[in-house]
Design a protein around this ligand. Structure first.
Ligand code: ADP
Ligand code: MG
Length: 594
């Protein structure tokens, strides 16, 4: 109940403020707040792509500049409406972001930073040297924005628009982060292998975020041009882009509130220094830069989470937050796939070989899996079991041989496509997002079973589906016996328990085949028994399980068949008692006492 009051009261209060503040404050402070609002918009986008998404951009001011110049030029030289300027600005910035991102983001994290530095340097140069854009003197006489009957020709009136846009932009970003797509945004730093394991394309997502961030920058540039009614190239320099990064870091990269905090702090302090420093020195500009550089270092050193971190903790304490998100009661469950009929061959591995340079990690291994059986893949350390998992899931390409899943060769498929066909896995080295809750981690597994995208998420039109996803995640958590820890941070759990969370995440994808890499490591006896009975249940439901495990008693009592590997080769295969009796296995692996 309290939660509901907050969700309604907060926006209402903010709206009220937006209309009251310009009546109270003097024009100097209004202008300052306008600058802060415009910067905050840019920083919201930057937090999404860089702070949370992990791809650092030094080109945001260039996007702001493109938008500002576009609308300036269209509304002066072409005498078109500022709204046309906004539209064309969006097309130009989003288009160029898509191009830059599309080319460089595939190459990895740092390439975006490098290419956006070049971009941030080049764009203002173009402005300064284009005659039609006023060269060094810029464009003036930009008309105000017309909003229905209102002409926003005063900083007080444009204040209202700026802050409505900031509020709307923050609301969208906040909803987005709490949505199905938002969960994958928050998981991006877990790497593309993790992302692909639940059917999400890390590259595409980062690219989308980069384009989205450029859209936020466009709104900022458009508002800037029609607030100041004049543009020149200087405020869009690389320096300004670095300032935006500064604002993000000072506020705290990973939380949206820091957009406001960082930009307020930066612009406020900058203003203060510009007033104060001339009283002491005639090198004000240099000292100003020095102060900011020192402040930046101090914050990075003392408060790696930014100033926002302690504040958000305080906020969390003040604000009564229900543990579970408020969601409607779902009217149905997520759709389930139809399982292949029991006994049908679903996976066929022929002569699978993987070489790492001179090392043959997997050497001509063949075996089959049939629907509804549990097969153990065993062998000493370094035998090639995890590598085999990576080959089967498409994480690594085969050097030789073929893998067919559901009668289709997987060689042309990406890891993500294989996952989408119903192959789920856990990792020997657990890949959970430690700062997300246990429930959210499991909900990631159900990602591919939902459909709501960026827009529906950002506009909060995804609540019914979200409720279904959460209900499914909770159901899977209950199966592994962790429903009472659903709202704890995944990173706070013991390692063995984290493995169970990974199993729940894999199950949430409704898999045909589930591959578990040493799931019982770190589990206590009772937990192992519970895990064995869970796998037994899965088998009875028709799910196929391939399991790598070192605990022989656990494996022998559970599996239908075993495949034994040693030094990359398959040395034995059969029912547990056959394998146990195989002298080659005894020699290579189990030892004579096994
Ligand atoms: P297991 O899981 O059976 O303990 P792995 O599949 O992890 O064994 O490793 C098999 C062999 O392949 C080991 O010798 C390991 O060092 C090597 N190996 C695994 N992954 C790589 C890699 N990415 N690059 C080079 N060598 C690797
Ligand atoms: Mg291994």
């Amino acid at each position: 109940m309290k939660q509901r009051v907050w969700t309604f009261a907060m926006p209402l209060l903010l709206l009220l403020l937006i209309f009251i503040v310009p009546q109270i404050l003097g024009s100097f402070h209004i202008a300052l707040l306008n600058d802060i609002g415009i910067a905050a918009l840019v920083v919201i986008g930057l937090i999404l792509v860089s702070g949370i998404g992990g791809a650092l951009s030094f080109g945001q001011a260039a996007f702001v500049g493109i938008a500002a110049y576009t609308t300036a030029w269209l509304s002066t030289a072409q005498a078109l409406s500022p709204w046309a300027g906004l539209l064309l600005g969006l097309v130009l910035t989003c288009g160029s972001a898509w191009l830059i991102g599309g080319i460089t983001m595939r190459l990895g994290g740092h390439y975006l930073a490098l290419s956006t530095i070049a971009w941030g340097l080049a764009v203002p140069l173009v402005f300064a040297n284009t005659h039609a854009l006023g060269s060094h003197s810029g464009i003036d006489g930009i008309p105000p924005i017309q909003l229905g009957p209102w002409t926003l020709d005063h900083s007080r009136t444009v204040f209202i628009l700026i802050w409505l846009v900031v509020l709307g932009g923050a609301w969208f970003a906040y909803n987005l982060l709490g949505s199905r797509v938002g969960r994958t945004i928050r998981a991006l730093r877990g790497g593309k292998i993790l992302m692909a394991s639940f059917g999400s394309d890390a590259f595409r997502l980062r690219l989308t975020l980069f384009v989205l961030a450029s859209a936020y920058a466009t709104l900022a540039g458009w508002l800037y041009a029609h607030t100041n009614r004049f543009v020149s190239h200087t405020p869009f320099s690389l320096h300004a882009s670095i300032d935006y990064v500064f604002m993000m870091v000072v506020g705290g990269m990973a939380q949206l509130g820091s957009a406001l905090l960082g930009s307020a702090l930066y612009i406020g302090l900058n203003n203060l220094l510009q007033d104060l420093l001339p009283l002491f020195t005639n090198r004000g500009a240099q000292v100003n830069s020095l102060v900011f550089a020192l402040l930046f270092l101090l914050i990075l050193e003392r408060m790696p989470g930014g100033i926002g971190r302690p504040l958000s903790r305080l906020w969390a304490r003040l604000r009564p937050r229900a543990k579970a998100p408020v969601l409607p009661v779902p009217s149905s469950q997520l759709a389930q796939r139809s399982m292949p009929e029991r006994g049908r061959q679903i996976l066929s591995v022929q002569n699978a070989t993987k070489r790492f340079g001179g090392l043959v990690a997997v050497n001509g291994v063949s075996f089959d899996l049939r629907a509804g059986e549990i097969v153990g893949l065993i062998g000493p350390n370094g035998a090639g079991k995890s590598t085999m998992f990576n080959l089967l899931t498409g994480t690594l390409p085969l050097t030789e041989g073929t893998v067919r899943f559901m009668d289709e060769p997987t060689s042309g498929l990406t890891q993500r496509e294989i996952a989408l066909r119903g192959v789920a896995r856990t990792f020997q080295h657990v890949k959970l997002r430690p700062a997300m809750t246990v429930l959210e981690n499991v909900a990631l597994g159900a990602h591919a079973r939902g459909h709501c995208g960026l827009w529906r998420g950002g506009l909060s039109m995804d609540r019914e589906e979200e409720a279904r996803i959460m209900a499914e995640a909770m159901r899977q958590l209950r199966r592994v016996g962790l429903d009472d820890q659903a709202y704890e941070q995944a990173g706070s759990l013991a390692l063995g328990t984290q493995r169970l969370v990974e199993i729940a995440r894999a199950l949430a994808s409704d898999p045909v085949l589930i591959m578990l890499d040493e799931p019982a490591a770190g589990l206590r006896l009772l937990e192992k028994q519970a895990l064995a009975s869970l796998l037994d249940t899965l088998r009875s439901e028709g799910v196929t399980v391939l399991i790598v495990e070192h605990d022989m008693e656990f494996v022998m009592n559970l599996v239908d068949r075993l495949v034994v590997m040693n030094f990359g080769s398959r040395i034995s295969e059969g029912r547990p008692e056959e394998v146990r009796a195989d002298p080659q296995v005894q020699a290579a692996y189990l030892g004579s006492d096994a």
